[in-house]
Design a protein around this ligand. Structure first.
Ligand code: NAP
Length: 505
């Protein structure tokens, strides 16, 4: 049963209601400080996953629009109004931007939900909340990063400096566009670079608003440009551009691979990839609380309809507690309300687009054909709304080698896999191409430490699933990526290491 609605929830519902049906005017690119249409005038329609209806249009960028944006980024970089500004000056503007994001939190969150479908309770925290934290973190950091003096012979002074690199291309997906965008844009700007962003065509609105807020905060025109459009055209043109120095990408492995090829075909730009996962959440019989573990397992896969890169999509359960734990997980799942993502009572919002919903349902059919047992959900729901919704879905009797246990679905689909002992759990956990996140539930400290070393994943949660903040890096091992966002490590990739060797003999 839901708890009583608090005053705070009522206030938040009132703010959401004011914004949720507001007309959204057609959106142009943001290049050199101003909005503009595509050079050929073409536009793309944006549909809302809430009800499948058109929301607005965005400009459909081509290679010519990317050329303009990259030229504007390069010009601003060379002029130095941002790249050569004292770090303390950049800090002020980035912190001002964090404050503006907070001031416009509802507007940003509701706009984002209208085109990407994340439940608003999660979007408010994860989108403007994280984006503001990120701009504040890198703003605060940038005047605290020092160079080095190398321990050379006495007749030499060797200085090692980190400076901005130039033009950073950023390509982000539709899940959490503001948060993931900020993880790249904020450190790139903090380091003094100029940016050209290509958001997902289906989740561009909140990022366009972010770029306007950046201008309001005092970022010079041309330093942060946004070109909207499709991946296969606009994204490709950015990734192939010879005047882009770095490409920072979050998305699928298929496209990540292609970006490495584009780099090889163009100027050998550095390419940083944050890719997908098939993360194991591992439950031992000595977990401190099976009830807490079950709740976390359910939140860890079903929030945002499983459209979370680190979602714990493989639940590995020790055979001794398998049936008991599965019953707890099913009971927790049944408590979830799937519904309009702009209704604060919804625990789970919409699937991002009809193609993703169809992909999710195709995995239900595949898992069934492979011999897994459907224990919950498995169907589209609320189709009368015109929106794209799916029941939280659980399969048990899954074996580690099934397609549904190997491939990232990126939907509300949980595979439950039994294991015999610690070695078996580690073997299954590591038996995919991915290595993004993992969870381990045990009261045995030694076992937890052993598994932190042996489970191949960039992030490991112990007796929780999904906790994080700006102080820790997020990145994957194996085919989950080659870089890190967040923390001071997230700043390194946007800076060039330069050595000055000075003969003083
Ligand atoms: P995607 O299909 O790879 O798209 C990601 C971005 O790349 C979008 O902006 C897309 O544009 C663009 N793109 C597509 N084709 C391109 C091309 N040929 N050249 C340049 N850009 C191109 O991924 P998605 O479906 O949006 O996102 C889901 C994936 O992201 C999942 O695999 C998920 O695990 C991963 N993810 C990873 C993390 C992490 O931190 N590791 C975080 C979140 C998500 P259009 O959409 O406009 O076509």
């Amino acid at each position: 049963m839901k708890s009583q609605v608090s005053n705070q929830q009522m206030a938040s519902s009132a703010q959401i209601d004011k914004l949720k049906n507001a007309k959204i005017k057609p959106q142009g690119h943001l290049i050199n400080g101003g909005r503009q249409p595509s050079r050929d005038g073409s536009v793309l329609e944006v549909l809302s996953p809430r009800d499948g209806k058109p929301l607005t249009t965005i400009a459909n960028g081509g290679a010519g629009d990317i050329d303009l944006a990259v030229a504007s980024a390069r010009k601003s970089f060379n002029q130095g109004s941002w790249s050569q500004m004292a770090p303390a000056g950049r800090k002020k503007i980035l912190i001002r931007l964090a404050e503006l994001i907070e001031a416009h939190a509802y507007k940003l969150a509701v706009l984002g939900v209208r085109d990407n479908g994340t439940e608003i309770s999660m979007a408010l925290k994860a989108e403007p909340g994280s984006a503001a934290d990120t701009f504040r973190y890198y703003g605060e950091a940038v005047d605290k990063v020092y160079g080095e003096i190398a321990p050379t012979a006495n007749n030499v002074v060797a200085l090692i400096e980190r400076g901005p690199i130039g033009v950073v291309g950023v390509i982000v997906p539709w899940n959490f566009p503001l948060m993931i965008g900020a993880w790249k844009i904020a450190p790139a700007l903090a380091a003094g670079n100029s940016v050209v962003l290509k958001p997902a065509a289906s989740a561009s609105l909140s990022l366009l608003l972010l770029a306007e807020l950046a201008l309001e905060a005092g970022l010079p025109a041309g330093v942060f440009n946004v070109v909207t459009g499709l991946g296969a055209t606009t994204g490709e043109a950015l990734a192939l551009h010879n005047d882009v120095d770095i490409l920072a990408f979050t998305g699928s492995g298929v496209i990540g691979r292609r970006l490495l090829e584009y780099s090889a075909q163009s100027n050998l730009k550095q390419v940083f990839l944050e890719l997908g996962g098939k993360s194991p959440n591992i439950i031992f019989p000595d977990a401190p609380s099976l009830a807490k573990a079950a709740k976390a397992a359910v939140n860890g896969i079903f929030r945002n309809s499983g459209q979370v890169c680190i979602s714990g999509s493989r639940l590995l359960v020790h055979r001794d507690i398998h049936d008991e734990f599965l019953a707890l997980v099913i009971a927790e799942t049944e408590k979830l309300t799937v519904g309009d993502p702009l209704d604060t009572a919804s625990d789970v919002g919409a699937i991002h687009c009809i193609e993703q919903l169809e992909k999710n349902l195709s995995y239900v059919a595949k898992a069934t054909n492979e011999g897994a047992t459907l224990c919950a959900g498995g169907k589209r729901t609320l189709s009368q709304s015109g929106g794209y919704y799916m029941q939280p879905t659980i399969f048990c009797n899954v074996s580690a080698d099934m397609q549904v246990a190997q491939e990232e679905v990126f939907g509300p689909l949980l595979c439950v896999i039994p294991f015999e002992n610690e070695a078996d759990a580690v073997r299954i956990a590591n038996a995919t191409d991915y290595g993004l996140a993992a969870g381990i539930w045990t009261a045995d400290l030694a076992r937890a430490h052993r598994m932190i070393k042996t489970v191949q994943s960039g992030v490991i949660h112990v007796n929780c699933y999904g906790g994080t903040d700006m102080t820790v890096p997020l990145g994957g091992m194996k085919q989950s990526g080659n870089g890190h966002d967040k923390s001071l490590h997230g700043l390194e990739k946007y800076t060039a290491l330069k050595t000055a060797w000075i003969d003083i003999g």
